[in-house]
Design a protein around this ligand. Sequence first.
Ligand SMILES: O=P(O)(O)OC[C@H]1O[C@H](OP(=O)(O)OP(=O)(O)O)[C@H](O)[C@@H]1O
Ligand SMILES: Nc1nc2[nH]cnc2c(=O)[nH]1
Length: 184
Amino acid sequence: MAQGTIHDEIEKILVSEEEIQEKCKELGAVLTEEYKGKFPLAIGVLKGALPFMSDILRHTETHLEMDFMDVSSYDGGTSSTGEVKILKDLNTKVEGRDIIIVEDIIDSGLTLSYLVDLFKYRKANSIKIVTLLDKPAGRTADIKADLIGFEVPDEFVVGYGLDYAEKYRNLSYIGVLKPEIYGG
Ligand SMILES: O=P(O)(O)OC[C@H]1O[C@H](OP(=O)(O)OP(=O)(O)O)[C@H](O)[C@@H]1O
Ligand SMILES: Nc1nc2[nH]cnc2c(=O)[nH]1
Protein backbone atom coordinates (compact mmCIF):
# COMPACT_ATOMS: atom_id res chain seq x y z
CA MET A 1 0.00 0.00 0.00
CA ALA A 2 1.31 3.43 -0.99
CA GLN A 3 2.76 5.66 1.73
CA GLY A 4 1.37 9.17 2.24
CA THR A 5 -2.18 8.01 1.45
CA ILE A 6 -5.30 7.22 3.47
CA HIS A 7 -3.86 3.79 4.24
CA ASP A 8 -1.46 5.46 6.72
CA GLU A 9 -4.50 6.28 8.89
CA ILE A 10 -5.36 2.61 9.42
CA GLU A 11 -4.07 0.91 12.56
CA LYS A 12 -4.90 -2.64 11.46
CA ILE A 13 -6.73 -4.53 8.74
CA LEU A 14 -9.43 -6.90 10.04
CA VAL A 15 -10.70 -8.30 6.72
CA SER A 16 -8.58 -8.11 3.57
CA GLU A 17 -9.76 -7.30 0.05
CA GLU A 18 -9.09 -10.91 -1.02
CA GLU A 19 -11.15 -12.32 1.86
CA ILE A 20 -14.05 -9.99 1.04
CA GLN A 21 -14.03 -10.87 -2.66
CA GLU A 22 -13.89 -14.61 -1.94
CA LYS A 23 -16.81 -14.27 0.50
CA CYS A 24 -18.88 -12.33 -2.07
CA LYS A 25 -18.50 -15.26 -4.50
CA GLU A 26 -19.51 -17.75 -1.80
CA LEU A 27 -22.56 -15.76 -0.64
CA GLY A 28 -23.59 -14.99 -4.22
CA ALA A 29 -23.64 -18.74 -4.94
CA VAL A 30 -25.90 -19.30 -1.91
CA LEU A 31 -28.33 -16.60 -3.12
CA THR A 32 -28.28 -18.12 -6.63
CA GLU A 33 -29.50 -21.44 -5.19
CA GLU A 34 -32.05 -19.88 -2.82
CA TYR A 35 -33.73 -17.66 -5.40
CA LYS A 36 -33.65 -19.95 -8.45
CA GLY A 37 -36.80 -19.33 -10.54
CA LYS A 38 -37.81 -16.35 -8.36
CA PHE A 39 -37.53 -12.59 -8.90
CA PRO A 40 -36.38 -11.18 -5.57
CA LEU A 41 -36.09 -7.48 -4.73
CA ALA A 42 -32.62 -6.77 -3.37
CA ILE A 43 -32.66 -3.68 -1.16
CA GLY A 44 -29.35 -1.99 -0.42
CA VAL A 45 -29.13 0.15 2.69
CA LEU A 46 -27.26 3.31 1.71
CA LYS A 47 -24.68 4.40 1.88
CA GLY A 48 -22.62 1.69 3.55
CA ALA A 49 -23.94 -1.33 1.64
CA LEU A 50 -23.03 0.02 -1.80
CA PRO A 51 -19.72 -1.84 -2.47
CA PHE A 52 -20.98 -5.09 -0.90
CA MET A 53 -24.27 -4.95 -2.84
CA SER A 54 -22.39 -4.41 -6.07
CA ASP A 55 -19.96 -7.28 -5.46
CA ILE A 56 -22.33 -9.90 -4.04
CA LEU A 57 -25.06 -9.39 -6.65
CA ARG A 58 -22.57 -9.80 -9.50
CA HIS A 59 -22.20 -13.37 -8.21
CA THR A 60 -25.95 -13.93 -7.84
CA GLU A 61 -26.98 -15.64 -11.05
CA THR A 62 -30.77 -15.24 -10.98
CA HIS A 63 -33.03 -12.48 -12.19
CA LEU A 64 -33.45 -9.84 -9.51
CA GLU A 65 -34.50 -6.25 -9.06
CA MET A 66 -32.44 -3.70 -7.13
CA ASP A 67 -33.60 -0.75 -5.09
CA PHE A 68 -32.09 1.35 -2.30
CA MET A 69 -33.14 2.92 0.96
CA ASP A 70 -31.14 5.57 2.72
CA VAL A 71 -31.51 5.39 6.46
CA SER A 72 -29.20 6.81 9.07
CA SER A 73 -28.80 6.54 12.81
CA TYR A 74 -25.14 7.39 13.34
CA ASP A 75 -25.04 11.09 12.30
CA GLY A 76 -21.39 10.71 11.28
CA GLY A 77 -20.19 9.54 14.72
CA THR A 78 -19.17 6.20 16.23
CA SER A 79 -22.30 5.36 18.25
CA SER A 80 -25.95 4.97 17.28
CA THR A 81 -28.31 7.83 18.12
CA GLY A 82 -30.95 5.12 18.71
CA GLU A 83 -33.28 6.80 16.24
CA VAL A 84 -33.54 5.52 12.65
CA LYS A 85 -34.32 8.23 10.08
CA ILE A 86 -35.51 7.48 6.52
CA LEU A 87 -33.58 9.78 4.21
CA LYS A 88 -34.71 8.07 0.99
CA ASP A 89 -37.50 5.54 0.61
CA LEU A 90 -37.87 2.79 -2.02
CA ASN A 91 -39.23 3.40 -5.51
CA THR A 92 -40.60 -0.16 -5.60
CA LYS A 93 -43.67 -1.79 -3.98
CA VAL A 94 -42.74 -4.38 -1.37
CA GLU A 95 -46.11 -6.18 -1.18
CA GLY A 96 -45.82 -9.84 -2.21
CA ARG A 97 -42.09 -9.58 -2.98
CA ASP A 98 -39.23 -11.76 -1.77
CA ILE A 99 -36.93 -9.21 -0.16
CA ILE A 100 -33.18 -9.52 0.28
CA ILE A 101 -31.90 -6.76 2.56
CA VAL A 102 -28.21 -6.13 1.86
CA GLU A 103 -26.29 -4.50 4.72
CA ASP A 104 -22.66 -3.76 5.44
CA ILE A 105 -22.86 -4.29 9.22
CA ILE A 106 -25.25 -5.25 12.00
CA ASP A 107 -24.10 -3.60 15.19
CA SER A 108 -26.89 -2.55 17.61
CA GLY A 109 -29.36 -4.11 15.15
CA LEU A 110 -31.63 -1.04 15.35
CA THR A 111 -31.41 -0.21 11.63
CA LEU A 112 -32.31 -3.72 10.54
CA SER A 113 -35.05 -4.34 13.06
CA TYR A 114 -36.63 -1.06 11.92
CA LEU A 115 -36.42 -2.14 8.27
CA VAL A 116 -37.70 -5.67 8.88
CA ASP A 117 -40.73 -4.26 10.73
CA LEU A 118 -41.31 -1.78 7.90
CA PHE A 119 -41.18 -4.45 5.16
CA LYS A 120 -43.45 -6.77 7.17
CA TYR A 121 -45.92 -3.90 7.54
CA ARG A 122 -45.69 -3.39 3.76
CA LYS A 123 -46.60 -7.10 3.33
CA ALA A 124 -43.39 -8.60 1.90
CA ASN A 125 -43.78 -12.29 0.99
CA SER A 126 -40.40 -13.15 2.56
CA ILE A 127 -37.46 -11.23 4.04
CA LYS A 128 -33.83 -12.36 4.18
CA ILE A 129 -30.97 -10.37 5.63
CA VAL A 130 -27.49 -10.59 4.14
CA THR A 131 -24.75 -8.70 5.93
CA LEU A 132 -21.04 -8.51 5.26
CA LEU A 133 -20.19 -7.91 8.91
CA ASP A 134 -21.78 -8.92 12.19
CA LYS A 135 -20.72 -7.30 15.48
CA PRO A 136 -22.66 -9.38 18.05
CA ALA A 137 -21.16 -7.51 21.03
CA GLY A 138 -22.97 -4.32 19.96
CA ARG A 139 -26.44 -5.85 19.80
CA THR A 140 -29.35 -4.24 21.64
CA ALA A 141 -32.19 -5.25 19.24
CA ASP A 142 -33.21 -8.89 18.85
CA ILE A 143 -32.23 -9.49 15.24
CA LYS A 144 -30.11 -12.03 13.33
CA ALA A 145 -28.93 -12.11 9.74
CA ASP A 146 -29.63 -15.12 7.51
CA LEU A 147 -26.25 -14.83 5.79
CA ILE A 148 -23.14 -13.34 7.38
CA GLY A 149 -19.76 -12.67 5.79
CA PHE A 150 -17.54 -12.09 8.82
CA GLU A 151 -17.88 -11.57 12.55
CA VAL A 152 -15.97 -8.52 13.85
CA PRO A 153 -14.92 -7.62 17.39
CA ASP A 154 -16.39 -4.74 19.40
CA GLU A 155 -14.42 -2.01 17.62
CA PHE A 156 -15.49 0.78 15.28
CA VAL A 157 -14.57 -0.43 11.80
CA VAL A 158 -14.19 1.47 8.53
CA GLY A 159 -13.72 0.69 4.85
CA TYR A 160 -15.55 -1.05 2.02
CA GLY A 161 -18.59 1.21 2.46
CA LEU A 162 -18.23 1.90 6.18
CA ASP A 163 -17.35 5.47 7.10
CA TYR A 164 -16.08 7.64 9.88
CA ALA A 165 -17.34 11.23 9.34
CA GLU A 166 -18.14 10.20 5.71
CA LYS A 167 -14.51 9.21 5.01
CA TYR A 168 -12.88 5.79 4.38
CA ARG A 169 -15.84 4.25 2.48
CA ASN A 170 -13.56 3.86 -0.55
CA LEU A 171 -11.08 1.49 1.10
CA SER A 172 -11.17 -2.01 -0.42
CA TYR A 173 -10.72 -3.69 2.99
CA ILE A 174 -12.16 -3.45 6.53
CA GLY A 175 -9.92 -1.88 9.14
CA VAL A 176 -9.66 0.03 12.39
CA LEU A 177 -8.47 3.65 12.48
CA LYS A 178 -5.48 4.87 14.45
CA PRO A 179 -6.77 6.42 17.71
CA GLU A 180 -5.35 9.88 16.87
CA ILE A 181 -7.76 10.13 13.89
CA TYR A 182 -10.66 10.48 16.34
CA GLY A 183 -8.81 13.29 18.14
CA GLY A 184 -9.74 15.89 15.52
O1 LIG B 1 -26.94 -2.15 13.67
P1 LIG B 1 -26.86 -0.65 13.78
O2 LIG B 1 -26.26 -0.20 15.08
O3 LIG B 1 -28.15 0.03 13.46
O4 LIG B 1 -25.76 -0.16 12.71
C1 LIG B 1 -25.75 -0.55 11.39
C2 LIG B 1 -25.97 0.59 10.45
O5 LIG B 1 -25.09 1.68 10.75
C3 LIG B 1 -24.44 2.12 9.56
O6 LIG B 1 -25.23 3.04 8.88
P2 LIG B 1 -25.27 4.60 9.17
O7 LIG B 1 -26.52 4.90 9.93
O8 LIG B 1 -23.96 5.05 9.75
O9 LIG B 1 -25.43 5.19 7.68
P3 LIG B 1 -24.41 5.07 6.43
O10 LIG B 1 -24.48 3.65 5.90
O11 LIG B 1 -24.93 6.07 5.44
O12 LIG B 1 -23.03 5.42 6.92
C4 LIG B 1 -24.35 0.84 8.76
O13 LIG B 1 -24.18 1.12 7.37
C5 LIG B 1 -25.65 0.14 9.04
O14 LIG B 1 -26.68 0.56 8.17
N1 LIG C 1 -18.31 2.82 10.13
C1 LIG C 1 -19.05 2.11 10.99
N2 LIG C 1 -20.38 2.25 11.02
C2 LIG C 1 -21.05 1.49 11.91
N3 LIG C 1 -22.37 1.42 12.14
C3 LIG C 1 -22.57 0.51 13.12
N4 LIG C 1 -21.39 -0.02 13.53
C4 LIG C 1 -20.43 0.58 12.77
C5 LIG C 1 -19.01 0.43 12.73
O1 LIG C 1 -18.35 -0.33 13.45
N5 LIG C 1 -18.38 1.24 11.81
